[in-house]
Every structure is written in C-alpha cells, then in structure tokens.
Design a protein around this ligand. Structure first.
Ligand SMILES: *Cc1c(COP(=O)(O)O)cnc(C)c1O
Length: 239
C-alpha cells in the first residue's frame, strides 16, 4: 500500500478491491472464519461517483458514507447499490439519513434512534441499525458506553421502523495486532451478551478498517469497513 504509484502502474479501485477480498479470505483461513460471514463495506467518502462505479462494476454492492451532503447525492445517483451511513449523526439530519440509507452503523442514543424510526418511510423496509459502542471508553470517541449498550439495544428492538442488527466500534488506532484485538474482543463479548438476552438472534459486528482488518476478522467481525485500501488515500476534507 505504501508503494508510490506511477501513472503507468497505477492500480485501479477494482484491482484494489480484489486484493482486499484476497486479504479477507487469507485472514478467514488463518482464523477459522467462514468468508461468507465477513461482509465487505466499501467506504467511499470523499470519492467521486466514477470510483464507486468502478468498484460496483467489479461486483461490490455495499458502500459506506460519512458526510451526509455528498452521500445523499451519491445515493440518489446510484439507487441500485446498498448504502450504509457510518458518520456522526446530527439528530436534525435523521430524516435525510432514514430516507436515503439501508443501514446506519452509528446509532448511539435513544433520541437518534427514535427520530430515525419516526422518519423512516412506511413504504420502506425497516432501517437496519447497529449501535456504536465507545468500547475503549475514550472520552474523545463517539458511541454509547459499553455499560449502557444493553438498555439502548432493548429500546431499539421495540421501535417499529428499525431493525436492530448489531454493534459497531471505531477504536483508537494502534500498530500492534495484539493491542488492536483487545477492543474488538470486548465488542464481541458485548454482542454475545446481547444475544444471550434475546435482543438479537444474530449479532452483526461492524469493526475493522484498512489498518486493523486482520485483528477485526480474528475477533469475529461480520462487517469490515474498508476505504483507503480500496479507493486509495483521501484528500483532507476542506468543507
Ligand atoms: C473512513 C472510515 C472507515 C474507512 O477507513 P479506512 O482507514 O480508509 O479504511 C471505516 N469506518 C469509519 C467509521 C470511517 O469513518
């Protein structure tokens, strides 16, 4: 990934997608996971629709976006893809999110959950949601505290237009595989507790990005959210 690309040897997003799929398969083999249980979410934030089209043409269906304004334009342009919202949610934007997305991975309060459920169109299937957990209890990170997750999950399970699907975490970055595994293992344990309480039959674990993919698969990720390794580095946001 750090090899500088010359214009002649530049790797296309479709080729990068294939290499990420290969990496996922390799980690699954190493850790005894069934590759069919690890879904790839291609994180296309800041990337143009042409790049999304190239990856979609290579077979990718699920795309993740963080920034609502650019995301809505992309969702409207490509309604046939499956769109996941993975950014911070301002509660006054819940309606746009509820109407445009198939999944939301970053629900962390009752208020946002209530608003998403109320705003989901009755003509649409229930909105799939994961609860974002601040699994390492980092005051600088978003997400519900691990101790409060069960209450929020129970609340969401009763909302009419949301389908509770699982848990999501975005832990602090680390270069060590062992350190990376710690918060992911904690999220898996939390998911097991939620399943034992009957809150979900199957608990999706949305965890792992380009830099901690192996650790996430080792600890049971069912959705890995990969941006850079597919689309290349992102320019800093200016808006
Ligand atoms: C940007 C982002 C990703 C993808 O990160 P990469 O390091 O580019 O793979 C995954 N999850 C969330 C929540 C993100 O904001």
């Amino acid at each position: 990934m750090s090899t500088p690309a010359s214009p002649l040897t530049e790797v296309s997003p479709a080729e990068r997608l294939m290499s990420v799929q290969g990496e996922i398969a390799g980690h699954c083999a190493r850790y005894g996971r069934n590759p069919a249980d690890v879904n790839l979410l291609a994180v296309s934030k800041t990337k143009p629709i042409e790049a999304i089209d190239a990856v979609a043409a290579a077979g990718q269906r699920h795309f993740g976006e963080n920034y609502l304004q650019e995301a809505v334009a992309k969702v409207e342009a490509r309604p046939g893809l499956t769109w996941h919202f993975i950014g911070a949610i301002q509660s006054n934007k819940s309606r746009l999110i509820a109407r445009h997305f198939d999944w939301v991975h970053t629900v962390a309060s009752r208020k946002v959950a209530d608003r998403l459920s109320a705003a989901r169109s009755k003509d649409q299937p229930a909105l799939n949601v994961c609860v974002q957990v601040n699994i390492s209890n980092d005051p600088a990170k978003a997400g519900v505290a691990a101790d409060d997750a069960a209450m929020l999950l129970a609340h969401i399970a009763d909302l009419p237009h949301l389908q509770l699907r699982g848990l999501m975490a975005l832990p602090a970055q680390s270069d060590s595989l062992d350190d990376q595994r710690v918060p992911f293992a904690a999220l898996r344990t939390l998911g097991g507790a939620a399943r034992a309480r009957g809150l979900m039959q199957r608990v999706e674990l949305s965890m792992g990005m380009s830099g901690d993919l192996e650790a996430a698969i080792a600890e049971g990720a069912t959705w890995v959210r990969i941006g850079t390794a597919i689309f290349g580095a992102r320019a800093p946001r200016t808006t």
